[in-house]
Structures are given as structure tokens and as C-alpha cells.
Design a protein around this ligand. Structure first.
Ligand code: ZN
Ligand code: ZN
Length: 581
């Protein structure tokens, strides 16, 4: 609202305003520093996971007084924020302000309305945090083990509080909690012993650690057993319901569109994609299917052509080298078409995926945490070594000649990696911690289309058809998530959507069903962010006509860091209006 008011200002009013504006940035920067220090005191486990290790030895017992502390923290900081006049803040600080405010309101909402601490037993699991203490190399093993020991003390009380919190949990999250707690227990049963063998602690100290680990194991096993026997006559549905879903969408996505609007857009987009895909598949039919008779069902026709095109893929042993080869080709194309400046001093380091990630294949970006300033950013490329023939073939058809290129655009250049390089130019700890997932994923999805529209892949029909299939995945993720959580979509209908309308493999679709029954809203982030960025770009094109410049748009857009698209849009529009006046 405030930004709109700035746009509406007349010249005279604005000049007067500007002279009265007090620069509040130094004060706000100080406030942010304090805010994060306090945040870590309230959430020490989160601090550790972000690479801030001052509170490694603290395990918060998730009882009512811990929640009161969170609420008090949120309230106090929402009050503190009121002291700042947005007009006196830089754009970077304005977006930080909005993101802190959203985080605080989200804390209040989670405790007061969402209340998943009552119905999601998988929120209680200490194993991952303790495993990280053993695996991380941020400090000597001696120090990490001693923190490990102190932190274990609260484990029994932690699970006692968990049992007190739980009321009518969902069947799905109960099962997940049992599996994950029992599965993670090896940290205390096995990994800890191995670590103890590597240090020169006295016998007495080692025995104390072992004894406490035994208590931890009893508590974890006890929790799993308690869940198994839980007399849960009226389990809550895993479906979130319309009201909570709309609210969670607001806090997690922070979109200019509502959940309902995004769902409508996804439905329309799916229809549009199907039409475009049919036109292409129909055109390609003879080339790939020879004289075979065309099926009357359009979706079946599309699927048959897609299956044929997917056969074009690299050999398993060339998977990694092919990905490495494509990176410079993407950079070259972007330069030639003048799409965005790529900083040559920050080339992407491509590496074979480290062992602890092995088995995932594909490709992913590893960026250093917010406290790890000297860390490298890597492009991890998986290898298909040791995969059996059938599995490798199925995987390679999925990541065929065309999709592999789109994957590189998404993950690396100009997708996630390029966005990261730009966001590091206006460093913000707030954005590193609360970075908006819809903006980050939306940008990567947006660049796929932008690259093809700019002529990447020579406008080949096959490339576009495969791209549409890929884009259909993000689109149908949104339809699935919204439909399952707010419209009671059955598993059968969900699988039909994914397999027959989005052309996914049965196994992939089953996996997606599991994911949607355990998470809410996150599956919408890709399509929502993409839609917002694309719509905004088209809006600007209309406004600026001949003056619109794609490269300038991209660079300006990314200069705001990982902020929600709706704020970037407001700030960009406000600035354009100011320069115009
Ligand atoms: Zn093959
Ligand atoms: Zn992504």
C-alpha cells in the first residue's frame, strides 16, 4: 500500500517528502544484527543447521513454555519493526523488513492456527541434528563430541514433551515419524561409537557419553513404540483444508496471487500446454511413427511421440561429461543473445557429486551456508556408475538429449547458479536465511522458457515438445497440491493427472503422491514464482514498448536478491515511475 502511495505522489509532494526522509539504514542494519542474535537464542537448532555453532550444545524441549518464548520473540520484534519508516530504508532493507515481518507473523500463525506440533509427529526427531554434529568439519571432533554429549541430556525430556503435544495425529505423519526416528537412531547406536574411537578421551568420559547415548536410544525407541500403539480413533486428515491452505500459501509463497488464483492459472496453463503439445506431436508423427495409425485420444498421441523422442540420450558413461560440456555452450549462447551479464570471474565449479550425495544422480547446486563466507559453490553432477542397465536406461530416457539441456539451464546457467551470483552482490543475511523459495525456483523455471524463446535449441519442435512436458510437471505439481489439500482429490485421480495428463512414470507419480500427503504448499512454489516473473515481464513489455530491454530487466530483477517477486515488482515499478517524473 505504501509503495503504491509513493507512485501516486505528485511532483511537488514528492520533493517535499524526499527532503524530510531520514536515512534509517544504519539503525536498521544494527537492528537486523540484534534480531538474528535473538533468533538464534530462540532457535538454537536452526542456528546450528545454518552454520552458526554458538548454541550447538542446546536442545530445546518442545513444551508449552518454548512456544510462549517464540510468541514473545515474534511480538517483541513486530513491535520493533514499527519504529522504522520504510521510506528511510534502501530497497535491500525494505525487502529485508518485509521478510522479517513475514517470518514473525508466520511464527505466530504456526503456533496459533496451523498447530502442526499437535498433529505431525514427524516434527519430533533429534537424529538429523546429531548426525550433522558428527559429520560436520566446522570444528575439531573433540569439541563436537563434547557438545554432542551436553546436547543429549535433554533427549528424554524432548520426547516426553512430544508425547504431551500430540493429539489426533494424521496416519501418514505418524508412520513417517516412526520410520524416520527408528531409521535415524543409528547415529547413537553406531556412528557415535566410531567417532569415539577416533578421539583420545579418558575412559571415564567415554563411558559417560555411552551411558547417555543409551538413554537417548531408549527415549527414541520409546517414542516410536508409543506412536505404534497410539489409540488414535479420530486421526486428522493429512489434507490441510481450504482455510489453512490459503494462509500457509500466503506465508510460505508470499505471492501477489492467492492460492485460488494460482490454481486457476495452472488449470488454464495445463490446457494451453496440451494444445501446443498436440500440435507439435501431430506434426512430428510421421517422422517418428512412420505409417502407424494415429490414436484418436490426443494425450495418447502426445505420449507415443514423447516416448520415441526420449530414446535419444547420452550413453551412461557420458552423462557427466555431457553436462560439463554444456555449461560453456550456455554461457556462449547468453553472450551472443545478450540476455544477461555473466560474471567471468565467478565460473561455476563443476564436480563429481561427493560420496554422501551419491545415488541421486542428476545435477544440483551446492552453495556455501550464510556463515561460510569462503566456501565454494559447486555444480554437483551425479554419475550412473554401478546402476543396472534397466534403471540407467529409464533414467536416461527421462533426462534425454533435450531435457538434460533444460536441466542445465534450470540448475546452472542462467538458472539457480546465476541467480546466486547476483544475490551475493547485495549480501543480506536475512535473505540468505529466509530466501523466498518461490522467487528462487520461479527464476530457474522462468529461464527455461526465456532461453527457448530466445532461440536456444534452434526452435526445434522436439525441444519445445520436451520443454512443454517438463513445464507440465511444475504446472501439475500446483494442481495436485491444491486439489489434494483443498478439494479432496483422490489418489486415483491424482495418479491419473500425473501419469496420463503430465506423462510421468508410475513410480514418479507414486512418489509425488507420497510427497503431497506429507507436505503442503511447497509443490506450488515452482509454478507460482515462474508465473509471477513471466507475467511481470509481459506487463513491463506492454508498459515500455520499444524501450523494453530483456537484459536490463533480468539484471535489475536479480539485483534485489532472493526476495518475494511481489516486492521486487513493486520496487521496480516505483523506481520506474520516479525516473519518469
Ligand atoms: Zn536408450
Ligand atoms: Zn530448482
Amino acid at each position: 500500500m505504501l509503495l503504491l502511495a509513493v507512485i501516486g505522489c505528485g511532483d511537488a509532494a514528492k520533493k517535499e517528502n524526499e527532503s524530510n526522509i531520514v536515512n534509517m539504514d544504519p539503525q536498521f542494519d544494527r537492528y537486523k544484527g540484534q534480531f538474528i542474535e535473538e533468533l538464534w537464542k530462540v532457535y538454537p537448532g536452526w542456528a546450528s543447521s545454518q552454520g552458526y555453532h554458538k548454541y550447538d550444545s542446546i536442545l530445546v524441549i518442545p513444551a508449552a513454555d518454548a512456544r510462549s518464548k517464540e510468541l514473545a520473540f515474534a511480538k517483541a520484534n513486530l513491535d520493533s519493526l514499527k519504529a522504522f519508516d520504510l521510506k528511510g530504508l534502501s530497497d535491500n532493507n525494505k525487502t529485508d523488513y518485509f521478510m522479517i515481518e513475514n517470518q514473525l507473523k508466520s511464527i505466530e500463525w504456526s503456533i496459533n492456527s496451523m498447530r502442526s506440533f499437535e498433529w505431525n509427529p514427524s516434527e519430533y526427531n533429534v537424529c538429523g541434528a546429531f548426525a550433522e554434529m558428527l559429520n560436520g568439519n566446522y570444528d575439531s571432533l573433540d569439541v563436537r563430541l563434547r557438545n554432542f554429549y551436553v546436547k543429549m541430556l535433554n533427549i528424554p525430556a524432548y520426547y516426553t514433551a512430544a508425547k504431551e503435544n500430540i493429539k489426533n495425529p494424521t496416519v501418514e505423519h505418524t508412520q513417517l515419524a516412526i520410520d524416520q526416528n527408528l531409521g535415524g537412531m543409528s547415529v547413537f547406536e553406531k556412528d557415535l561409537h566410531e567417532a569415539l574411537n577416533k578421539v583420545r578421551f579418558g575412559e571415564h568420559e567415554k563411558q559417560a557419553i555411552e551411558a547417555r547415548a543409551k538413554e537417548a536410544i531408549v527415549a527414541i525407541k520409546g517414542y516410536a513404540e508409543w506412536l505404534k500403539k497410539l489409540d488414535n480413533k479420530t486421526p486428522r486428515s493429512f489434507r490441510l483444508g481450504k482455510e489453512l491452505y490459503a494462509q500457509k500459501f500466503e506465508y510460505d509463497i508470499q505471492s501477489g496471487y492467492s492460492a485460488d488464483q494460482i490454481y486457476e492459472k495452472a488449470i488454464a496453463h495445463k490446457k494451453e500446454l496440451h494444445e501446443k503439445m498436440f500440435a507439435l506431436a501431430d506434426k512430428l508423427w510421421v517422422k517418428y511413427m512412420n505409417k502407424a495409425e494415429k490414436p484418436s485420444d490426443k494425450l495418447v498421441l502426445i505420449k507415443q511421440v514423447i516416448d520415441k523422442i526420449s530414446v535419444k540420450h547420452v550413453k551412461p558413461e557420458e552423462f557427466q561429461s555431457e553436462i560439463e560440456k554444456q555449461i560453456p555452450a550456455l554461457v556462449e549462447f547468453i553472450k551472443e543473445k545478450d540476455l544477461i551479464y555473466i560474471d567471468p570471474s565467478k565460473p561455476l565449479v563443476v564436480r563429481k557429486e561427493p560420496d554422501y550425495m551419491a545415488g541421486v544422480a542428476g545435477a544440483s547446486i551446492s552453495a556455501p551456508g550464510p556463515y561460510d563466507k569462503n566456501g565454494n559453490t559447486y555444480y554437483n553432477v551425479g554419475s550412473l556408475n554401478g546402476w543396472d542397465k534397466e534403471r540407467a536406461e529409464s533414467y536416461l530416457r527421462e533426462y534425454n538429449h533435450y531435457i538434460l539441456q533444460i536441466l542445465n539451464i534450470h540448475e546452472a546457467i542462467p538458472g539457480h547458479y546465476t541467480q546466486l551470483v547476483y544475490s551475493n552482490q547485495s549480501p543480506s543475511l536475512i535473505k540468505a536465511l529466509f530466501g523466498n523459495g518461490a522467487m528462487i525456483e520461479g527464476w530457474a523455471v522462468y529461464t527455461e522458457r526465456m532461453m527457448l524463446e530466445s532461440g536456444y535449441g534452434n526452435n526445434e519442435d522436439e525441444m519445445w515438445l520436451m520443454y512443454y512436458k517438463w513445464n507440465l510437471r511444475a504446472t501439475c505439481n500446483t494442481i495436485l497440491d491444491y486439489s489434494v489439500h483443498t478439494k479432496d482429490m483422490s489418489k486415483e485421480d491424482a495418479l491419473n493427472l500425473l501419469v496420463n495428463e503430465a506423462f510421468q512414470q508410475q513410480a514418479e507419480a507414486e512418489g509425488k503422491w507420497k510427497r503431497v500427503s506429507l507436505t503442503q504448499v511447497q509443490l506450488c512454489s515452482y509454478f507460482t514464482g515462474y508465473t509471477e516473473i513471466y507475467d511481470f515481464r509481459e506487463e513491463l513489455k506492454k508498459m515500455q514498448g520499444d524501450k523494453f530491454n530483456l537484459k536490463a530487466f533480468h539484471e535489475k530483477f536479480l539485483s534485489y536478491g532472493s526476495a518475494p517477486v511481489k516486492y521486487i515488482r513493486e520496487l521496480m515499478l516505483a523506481e520506474m515511475n520516479q525516473t519518469k517524473n
